[in-house]
Design a protein around this ligand. Structure first.
Ligand SMILES: C[S@@+](CC[C@H](N)C(=O)[O-])C[C@H]1O[C@@H](n2cnc3c(N)ncnc32)[C@H](O)[C@@H]1O
Length: 265
């Protein structure tokens, strides 16, 4: 059931981008399961093997992270502003027979939960789309109980400013709803400012193939060609950081991903 199906300010670009493509995201192998979800699931696991009570997943897309968290929690609410994404989550959740999954249509910057009400908040490969990540982190802090756990996985850019600019420029041209891949150092400051204490951090890679990656966001051909050329002529720092490799008419590359487990203290 979709609750809180109301105002989702600040997510217009995201809804225009993700709405028509929701079915594609529901079958995208990168999203169904990858390194980042494996690491997120490992960092979310409790050492006492008990279940979390209430959990929420932010920017749930077609729901794959929420489905994984449904194994670790009594109840998980999958949240996203894009209605067709939540419809995919509902369909896939039913197919998986999940009975402890709820849906809510909202942005991460305005969560429909009472203060101190959740035991676990997760988010995977979505934070770089949030229009205001600081505000989303404020909300995570507000809704978590003291001692509650926040586990997030998202693409990050290297600390080098030139490589940062290259990556964020490429991402924005491929997806107009892209906001920003942040540096790990920026994210750590944002967490520390909110007393979200990092207990563990791990790196992961998001492995991508260029042709499928631009098709997923329906990049028009002239821009796809320009992007392909930029990958093939990438500066050395970007080539190395993103493991760019031409391969049989396509280009293999990977984005670095940060996965952290933080606790509200
Ligand atoms: C790549 S998908 C997420 C994939 C998903 N988390 C998974 O694990 O498969 C990005 C999602 O972020 C959502 N999104 C965009 N802006 C948002 C915001 N401000 N708050 C919450 N979600 C947002 C989009 O609607 C989209 O469904």
């Amino acid at each position: 059931m979709v609750q809180n199906d109301g105002n989702t300010p600040g997510s217009g670009n995201a809804q225009r981008m993700f709405g028509p493509q929701a079915g594609v995201y529901a079958t995208s192998q990168v999203h169904v399961r990858d390194d980042s979800l494996d690491v997120l699931q490992k960092l979310a696991a409790r050492s006492d093997d008990k279940a979390y009570g209430w959990a929420a997943d932010l920017g749930t897309g077609a729901g794959f992270t929420a489905f994984a968290m449904a194994q670790l929690s009594d109840r998980v609410v999958a949240t996203d502003p894009t209605r067709p994404m939540l419809e995919q989550t509902r369909r896939l959740g039913r197919e998986r027979g999940l009975e402890n999954l709820g849906l809510s249509r909202n942005v991460a910057e305005s969560l429909p939960f009472a203060g101190e009400s959740l035991d676990l908040v997760t988010s995977r490969v979505a934070g770089h789309h949030f229009s205001d990540l600081n505000r989303a982190f404020d909300e995570v802090r507000r809704v978590l109980k003291t001692g509650g756990v926040f586990v997030m996985a998202d693409s990050v850019c290297p600390e080098d400013d030139e490589v940062d600019r290259w990556m964020n420029d490429i991402e924005l041209r491929r997806d107009f709803s892209h906001v920003r891949n942040r540096k790990i150092s920026e994210i750590n400051v944002m967490l520390a400012d909110r007393s979200l204490k990092v207990e563990r951090q791990e790196g992961a890679r998001i492995f991508l193939r260029f042709n499928e990656w631009v098709a997923r966001t329906v990049v028009p051909e002239p821009e796809a060609t320009a992007l392909r050329n930029d990958f093939l002529q990438a500066p050395a720092g970007a080539r190395e950081a993103f493991q760019i490799q031409p391969s049989n008419g396509d280009i293999d590359f990977s984005w670095p991903c940060l996965v952290f487990r933080a606790v509200k203290v």
